[in-house]
Design a protein around this ligand. Structure first.
Ligand code: LMR
Length: 330
């Protein structure tokens, strides 16, 4: 009898184990932007590729856009706690985990996205992907959005025009210094609050890419956008090292392959939207796009240049030099 009971118990155990094994690995991917953006498109394609190649019964990617689950102030903690498995915050939002990524926030560092690509593919750019490993975060890759523009309630042609105005910024000390150098007031606020802050005139302006300003309708509540291309909005796809190394090798390999392909797609979308969403904003007639003359642009470059020196020690002069050198094609 006892033998029979333990046989039944063993079978039950095996059954439970079989069910446990059949549970898919769930990858919750949380982000703050709309789906019709480079990051939104990348995340959706990643989900679809994983489904196609591994099947939902093995690995299931769930994408949560528009700050539905977390905003960028708390998503990294959520990754570390295992509440979500992937996120791709802007490089400006990792300050609590590393000071090094703020390099990407230096104003007028990169002239175009080719330069960004060259730097990120190089030794220093790759080194930065690993900068948070001691904190338990693994960088899986970069994804682009594009160069940022300045939007405001009044026309900004020269640096003095920004003086005294309030600008929303992402949580980066370099961005804070950039606006303080202009004698403006920077306010760190989550992306999900920007539209309302602009609409209610609690702030005067903000900096962002064409696709973010278009998809979140900032252009409807900002009468002027200066086509300044003064800074970069780029992301790092991150996961928790514990989760990542805990995946079976073959699954991890396939997931990474799908992610890399989705990133290539997202970067293509980024280049397209830089042009197309700007055009849509221009055609809306709701916001006037201001072009800078070469002389006006030089004024902006000169005005914010002290920020480079202020952060040289923290960011590493060797990193700044390598990033700047990437503006020249080899
Ligand atoms: C922002 O907060 O302005 C951006 O980082 C949003 C995003 O993820 O593109």
């Amino acid at each position: 009898m006892r033998l029979l009971m333990s046989a039944v118990a063993a079978t039950g155990f095996m059954f439970t184990a079989a069910i446990a094994q059949a549970e898919p690995v769930v990858i919750k991917f949380s982000h703050v932007v709309a789906e019709n953006t480079p990051k939104g498109q990348m995340a959706n394609m990643f989900r679809d590729l994983v489904k196609e190649r591994l099947g939902d019964d093995k690995v299931k990617v769930e994408v949560y856009p528009n700050s539905q689950l977390f905003n960028d102030n708390n998503v990294l903690q959520a990754v570390l706690l295992g509440d979500v498995q992937m996120a791709a915050p802007a490089l400006s939002k990792f300050g609590r985990y590393t000071k090094k990524l703020a390099l990407y926030d230096l104003p007028f560092l990169f002239e175009n996205m080719d330069a960004v690509e060259r730097f990120q593919k190089g030794e220093k750019g790759q080194e930065l992907l690993k900068t948070m490993e001691d904190k338990g975060l693994t960088g899986l890759g970069y994804i682009h959005n594009g160069l940022k523009q300045l939007s405001s309630s009044k026309p900004l042609r020269v640096p003095a025009d920004a003086s005294g105005l309030k600008f929303r910024i992402m949580s980066s000390k370099v961005l804070e210094a950039q606006f303080e150098t202009l004698d403006a007031t920077p306010l760190k606020k989550p992306f999900s609050e920007v539209f309302t802050l602009l609409q209610t005139k609690a702030i005067d302006g903000q900096e962002n890419t064409w696709s973010n300003m278009y998809s979140k309708k900032f252009f409807e509540v900002q009468p002027y956008i200066t086509a300044s291309n003064h800074g970069l909005l780029d992301y790092m796809v991150v996961t928790s090292t514990e989760f990542w190394t805990g995946l079976p090798d073959d699954v991890r390999g396939e997931v990474k392959k799908a992610l890399d392909e989705a990133i290539v797609h997202g970067n293509k979308v980024a280049l397209e939207k830089h042009v197309a969403d700007r055009k849509k904003i221009a055609e809306s007639g709701k916001s006037e796009i201001l072009e800078l003359t070469a002389e006006e642009r030089t004024q902006w470059v000169d005005a914010v240049k002290p920020v480079w020196e202020e952060f040289a020690d923290q960011l590493g002069q060797d990193f700044i030099d390598a990033a700047y050198a990437s503006n020249k094609a080899e």
